[in-house]
Design a protein around this ligand. Structure first.
Ligand code: RIB
Length: 303
């Protein structure tokens, strides 16, 4: 039976500017192109889950403005249950500068994402209990994230936490996260150690795994990713592709991982599938529009 995913997180309207380089201090730089569209780590992860065919609901807040209309509209069109997205204030924004090699610099304006409350979670507790996976990120108030983790710590529901942007999470909360996913800079923030090589990432992944006691994944962009669990740690190189825009690639990776888990794939198979999915994502411009569908991935054999 296909499993249900609940994503509790952010929705941002993304303004993506493609340019040759970042301007220097005081410089006005002429950029190349502008791409606008739906984003936000929560919405992106929900979009990728739904595009791969998982029944997915999004819990979050957008503004009573045209950006909010666009975000709810696009997720609904993808097939995400948007009935638990509330409208208040102004929509969160993502401002992303994408370089010619696909690398990006991203800033967010929190907007309505910051107005999600514990009461909002309590109101949909019965629906959340039906989920097989709850996916969280850190673009909503941290007390809400921690509340959800605490509330479901004794349940069968798999808690997936993407600690992005990185925040300090108490160990007695982190230990209830079933799958922790961080990129190299978030891993460095959490451990106070730089991550510049695959072997440093592996060491830090092991350190974080000792804290959670569960599975930890450290993503390294073009270098690939590391998965560490109770048994071992493995490195998965990224696919060599022509990257044009990595915006949302990490979110696409997470949606694909959860898809793999919901299909009861092994961790290795999940990582290989997520690597394939995110490689497709970086080859196209934009955020959610660049995420592949189940049909597009159907020819990939991973076991
Ligand atoms: O992970 C990419 C996302 O981060 C963007 O869509 C942007 O909105 C920020 O939330």
């Amino acid at each position: 039976m296909t499993k249900q995913v609940a994503v509790i997180g952010s929705l941002n309207y993304d303004i993506i500017v493609k340019q040759q380089r970042m301007p220097h201090k005081g410089e006005t730089f002429i950029a190349d192109t502008l791409i606008q569209g739906p984003g936000g780590k929560g919405a992106n992860q929900a979009a990728q889950c739904a595009k791969l065919g998982l029944p997915t609901m999004m819990i979050g807040k957008v503004g009573q403005d045209r950006f909010g209309d666009a975000l709810v509209g696009s997720l609904t069109a993808i097939g995400v249950d948007t009935s638990h997205i509330k409208r208040i204030g102004s929509t969160g924004l993502g401002v992303v500068n994408v370089m010619p090699d696909g690398d990006y610099y991203s800033s967010i304006i929190k907007g309505a994402n910051e107005l999600i409350t514990i009461q909002d979670i309590d109101e949909i507790m019965e629906e959340l209990k039906e989920a097989a996976f709850i996916i969280l990120q850190q673009e909503i108030p941290q007390q809400v994230t921690e509340y959800v983790i605490e509330r479901f710590k004794d349940s069968e529901i798999q808690i997936v936490l993407n600690n992005a942007p990185a925040r300090t999470i108490p160990t007695d909360v982190l230990q209830f996260v079933d799958l922790l996913i961080v990129n190299e800079s978030e891993a460095a923030y959490m451990t106070g150690k730089p991550v510049t090589t695959v072997s440093e990432a592996e060491d830090i992944g092991k350190k974080l795994q000792k804290i959670t006691g569960n599975t930890v994944i450290v993503t390294l962009g073009k270098e690939g990713s590391i998965a560490v669990n109770n048994q071992d740690s493995s490195y998965f190189p990224a696919k060599k592709v022509k990257a044009v825009d990595a915006t949302g690639a990490g979110d696409s990776f997470i949606g694909a991982l959860v898809y793999g888990l919901s299909e009861s794939l092994s961790l290795e198979e999940c990582m290989k599938f997520a690597t394939e999915v995110s490689a497709k994502t970086v080859m196209q411009e934009g955020g959610q529009d660049s995420f592949p569908t189940k049909a597009e991935m159907s020819r990939i054999v991973i076991r």
